[in-house]
Design a protein around this ligand. Structure first.
Ligand SMILES: *[C@@H]1O[C@H](CO)[C@@H](O)[C@H](O)[C@H]1NC(C)=O
Ligand SMILES: *[C@@H]1O[C@H](CO)[C@@H](O)[C@H](O)[C@H]1NC(C)=O
Ligand SMILES: [Zn+2]
Length: 253
């Protein structure tokens, strides 16, 4: 991500949520900005009338069906893939590759879903680099966007992520599908409340947390939510797009 864009992102950080070891210097004239090491944390879109639906914990059994659903509606989403969680990434390499080729945003959810702040620095780094290696083998590049497992971050982890040029993405809307994986209404209700409020579309968009490892989420809630979003005039886009960050910044070598 270009330094100037990082500045723009930094302004939408929910600064209260996390404490970074290095304070963010938002002075535009400061050359310090380009070298600042703590990763930016994004919790919400900046562009109105967008919604970024994000899928954690895959790839797994429903990734491919979900990709069919997204394709049939010509919308894009963001996948925060693990290396080893419900499935192993090499077993679902074709789905990961397809997500990338279909134009979705492929991003990192770290190797095996451990709580990064509880690890040693070298273990936390390994959680990121092991998955980078797997991504390079499967799609030829590695992502620059990541979501920390459990949304859990601290100063040293943000420092490490910043050194590897990551933007950390949390969320501002949580369906809590993991807590009620078979309850369609409990997840869908949240989308209805959001999209049926006519004032909402003028606001900066939302980053919605979902887990694609649950069949009801992937194959039932998501298509209904997308259809409602489209009817109400929303653009269903990736996290990068809902921040105005071009695709060329989503990956690096
Ligand atoms: C932030 O940048 C300004 C302008 O370059 C500089 O004067 C100030 O010392 C910096 N603050 C920090 C905390 O780095
Ligand atoms: C981070 O980005 C800088 C500037 O583009 C580059 O020099 C550095 O090698 C990158 N670091 C990693 C770990 O990719
Ligand atoms: Zn997760």
């Amino acid at each position: 991500m270009a330094p100037f864009f990082r500045l723009a992102i930094a302004t939408v950080i929910s600064a209260a949520a996390f404490v970074s070891a290095a304070p963010v210097n938002q002075s535009k004239s400061s050359p310090v900005l380009q070298k600042r090491s703590g990763a930016s944390v994004v919790t919400r879109c900046t562009i109105p009338s967008t919604v970024a639906i994000t899928f954690d914990d895959g790839p797994f059994l429903y990734t491919n069906g979900l990709l069919d659903i997204l394709k049939s509606r010509a919308v894009k989403a963001t996948f925060f893939f693990n290396g080893n969680n419900y499935g192993r990434i090499e077993d679902f390499a074709a789905s990961v590759k397809r997500a990338y080729q279909d134009g979705h945003q492929v991003a990192s959810h770290a190797w095996d879903h451990r709580d990064l702040p509880s690890l040693s620095q070298s273990e936390a780094l390994g959680e990121m680099t092991m998955l980078e290696e797997a991504f390079r083998e499967i799609i030829g590049v590695r992502p620059t966007y990541m979501r920390p497992p459990f949304g859990s971050l601290n100063g040293p982890v943000l420092e490490m992520l910043g050194e590897r040029n990551y933007t950390a993405v949390t969320w501002d809307m949580d369906t809590q599908d993991w807590a009620h994986p078979t309850d369609f209404d409990a997840s869908y209700k949240l989308y209805e409340t959001l999209f049926n409020n006519p004032e909402e579309i003028k606001q900066p968009g939302h980053i919605v947390l979902q887990h694609e490892v649950h069949q009801v989420t992937a194959l039932q809630v998501v298509p209904m939510a997308i259809d409602l979003a489209l009817v109400r005039g929303y653009k269903v886009v990736t996290v990068g797009e809902c921040l105005g960050d071009p695709r060329s910044n989503w990956y690096t070598v």
